[in-house]
Structure formats: structure tokens, C-alpha cells
Design a protein around this ligand. Structure first.
Ligand SMILES: Cc1ncc(COP(=O)(O)O)c(C=O)c1O
Length: 377
């Protein structure tokens, strides 16, 4: 995002400020569609559930991955006034409830919408059969998450060896399994994870077919990396490798879905904070700013991500620490940031901070989340 625009916005609206650039959202969505022409993109709402972001993807014809009733309702707001049939078609065609573990209350509420939901174990099949018998199912597989920034395979996913038995189990409970889903871990910079997941899935498609279950869809999940730094592999190259295997192993009419989150929103978000305190501790210059890890920088904790702090001013740089505004020492943005000598009231900013950031911001210590500003809507 343009530095001058960010600084002007901070001066106008105050700090802490979280700016979402909708032109960047549209650009990222178009890029995903261009490189994955066969893949239907379901925006993973958890990554940033701001209704304005959902609206932008809705207006582009996007689909949605929701993982809680609240996220479902955030999307539902945009279709609630459609004629009943169009509304139902939208949910069938463009919504997946992609949390393999669902509370009974959620299943009861979801049933009337007959959505596609994921599952990965027998207990979930029993729950779905009893409380949401009209749902369609996708079996979530456990696949390698090697090297991904956020590991998901220890929490979710059926083992490939039990997959077809779980499909048969759902069938025996009167449910229809439409296909498979997986997640290679978030910020996946190792293309091999996708390739191995596709190979495992192809084996399960074949075994399922041999046992009389025709699967029709494959959901390749999220994990598509944001370009945080130069070490992240080129998206076009990753897409080329994935598409090659998709076309070889899952020819049409098999439907291919994906649940990109980070890739679509990370680069669209920027944060601006103000220096509210300054001290020298053990020879190190320490800046205290009005945003931190309990707020927009929460991804440092929850997402295992780092966000370089940048200055609007130039000058000789030195290694500084940057702390958030709360009384907790955990509220540390960085212990080694290269910054010039700055004054109280000066601003710092980070870009590529749109994913898993404001989404997990809290009110801890009486400091509210940053003000959100949307540009280029
Ligand atoms: C089921 C599911 N789908 C999609 C996503 C989004 O992943 P990403 O942001 O890596 O694209 C997540 C993230 O945790 C997820 O759990």
C-alpha cells in the first residue's frame, strides 16, 4: 500500500489503524482465478471476517468456507433477500462448512440449509446423521504439512488407511459423501505437500470407486502462501505444479474446490501505529506503540508470523525493540527491528498484515482493537 496514503489516513483517523485495500483483494482474487482456472475459490472467512471483505468477494462471484455459525451468518447476510430457490442454490453451490468438528446445536441449525460439511471420524458421522441428515459430506484427510508455517494435521484429518471405511460408515448412516478435502497447513511454501496430498487423494478415489462409492469433488483446502518475503516461492510455479497433478489425477467432471484465505487478504492489510513511549534499556532503543500482539499484531502469537515494522522517516538505522501498549511483556512486536531515531508521536507501519491479524485482536488491558478503514471499495 502506498506510504503516503497510509500516513494521511493515520493523521486523519488516528491510530492504531488497520487499513484494508479492496483493490488488492480484487487483484488477489483475480490472480487466484487466473492461475487456477478449474478451481472454485471458497474464501476462508476466518482469516478476516470483516463483512466488507466478504462483500467484495461476494460481488466478484466468490464462494465461502465458513467454520462457525457466526461466519455462516456473515455470508448469509448477503443472500438473505434472494428468492428462496436462489438462496438455497447459493448455499449448495458456494458455501462449505469446513470445520470437521461441529457442535450439535450448529448441526441442528445448519440442517435446514443442506450445506456441504466436512468430517473426519465416526462420532461426527453419528452426530451429522442425527442432527443434520440433509447435509452433504466431504471427508477431511490427514496430509503432510511439512514446513508449513501453521501446522493443522495434528488436529484434523482421517488417516488415508481408514478413509474408505469412513465413507462406507457415512453411507451406512444414510449420508452421502461427495468427495474429499485436505489442508496442507497454512503458508505452505513446500509444493511437495500438495503433490503428496493429491496422490493420497487419488488412491482413495480409486479405492472408493472399487467399493462402489463414486466421489465427485476434491477440496484442496488453503495453504496458498502470501508473499511475505523473497523466500516465498512464486505463486505461478506452485499453481503450475498443482494444476498438472489435478488434471492428470482428477479429470473433469470431477469438481475441484479450494479454500484460500491468507493468499487473498494478507497483502490487502496494513497497520499503522504511533510511538507513545521511548526508552533505552541495556543500550537498546525501545519504542512503545499503540498496537501490539493483543491487537492487530496477534498473528505473532497465533499465526507464528512476523511483521517487519517500518518507519515513514528515513535516517541512520539501529537495532531497536518495539513493544505494544499493554502491561504484559509478551506484548512484544520485535526485539530486533532496524529503525531510525524517532520521536514520540511518529508513526510506524507494517504491510502484508491482512490475514489472521485483526481477526484475533482482543480488548485486553482495556485497549480496543484498531480502527478499521476500507479503501478502494
Ligand atoms: C479448513 C480450513 N480451510 C481453509 C483455511 C485457510 O487457510 P489459508 O489461510 O492457509 O489459505 C484454514 C485455515 O486454518 C482451514 O482450517
Amino acid at each position: 500500500m502506498n506510504k503516503k496514503t497510509l500516513l494521511d489516513l493515520a493523521k486523519t483517523h488516528g491510530t492504531p489503524l488497520f487499513v484494508i485495500d479492496h483493490a488488492e483483494l480484487r487483484k488477489n482474487y483475480a490472480r487466484f482465478r487466473k492461475h487456477f482456472p478449474r478451481v472454485q475459490a471458497y474464501y476462508a472467512v476466518k482469516v478476516n471476517s470483516d463483512p466488507a471483505i466478504v462483500e467484495t468477494f461476494y460481488n466478484l462471484g466468490g464462494s465461502f468456507d465458513v467454520a462457525s455459525m457466526q461466519e455462516f451468518h456473515t455470508v448469509y447476510q448477503f443472500i438473505k433477500d434472494l428468492p428462496a430457490k436462489d438462496r438455497q442454490d447459493f448455499i449448495w453451490d458456494k458455501v462449505i462448512y469446513a470445520n470437521p468438528i461441529k457442535p450439535i446445536e450448529t448441526l441442528r441449525e445448519l440442517d435446514r440449509y443442506k450445506p456441504l460439511v466436512t468430517y473426519d471420524n465416526q462420532e461426527e458421522v453419528k452426530k451429522i446423521a442425527e442432527h443434520a441428515p440433509h447435509a452433504g459430506l466431504a471427508l477431511r484427510l490427514r496430509v503432510p504439512n511439512t514446513g508449513s508455517m501453521v501446522e493443522l494435521s495434528s488436529k484434523f484429518g482421517a488417516l488415508p488407511g481408514e478413509a474408505v471405511d469412513l465413507i462406507a460408515y457415512a453411507h451406512d448412516h444414510g449420508l452421502t459423501v461427495e468427495g474429499l478435502s485436505f489442508h496442507v497447513g497454512s503458508q505452505c511454501t513446500n509444493p511437495e505437500n500438495y503433490i503428496q496430498a493429491l496422490h493420497l487423494s487419488a488412491g482413495i478415489f480409486a479405492e472408493a470407486k472399487a467399493r462402489g462409492f463414486a466421489l465427485q469433488l476434491l477440496d484442496i483446502g488453503g495453504g496458498f502462501p502470501a508473499a511475505y518475503d523473497a523466500s516465498v516461492p512464486a505463486f505461478a510455479e506452485l499453481a503450475k505444479k498443482i494444476n498438472h497433478e489435478l488434471n492428470r489425477l482428477f479429470p473433469e467432471p470431477i469438481e475441484i474446490l479450494a479454500e484460500p484465505g491468507r493468499f487473498l487478504v494478507a497483502s490487502a492489510g496494513s497497520a499503522v501505529s504511533k510511538i507513545i513511549g521511548k526508552a533505552t534499556r541495556g543500550d537498546k532503543l525501545c519504542y512503545y506503540v499503540d498496537d501490539g500482539v493483543y491487537h492487530t499484531y496477534s498473528g505473532i502469537i497465533f499465526d507464528h508470523c512476523t511483521y517487519p515494522m517500518k518507519s515513514f522517516k528515513s535516517g541512520p538505522k539501529q537495532i531497536c525493540a518495539v513493544f505494544g501498549p499493554t502491561c504484559d511483556a509478551l506484548d512484544t512486536i520485535s526485539l530486533a527491528e532496524q529503525l531510525p531515531e524517532l520521536n514520540l508521536g511518529d508513526y510506524l507501519y507494517s504491510d502484508t498484515i491482512g490475514a489472521y491479524s485483526a481477526a484475533s485482536s482482543t480488548h485486553f488491558n482495556g485497549f480496543p482493537p484498531a480502527t478499521v478503514i476500507h479503501i478502494n471499495r
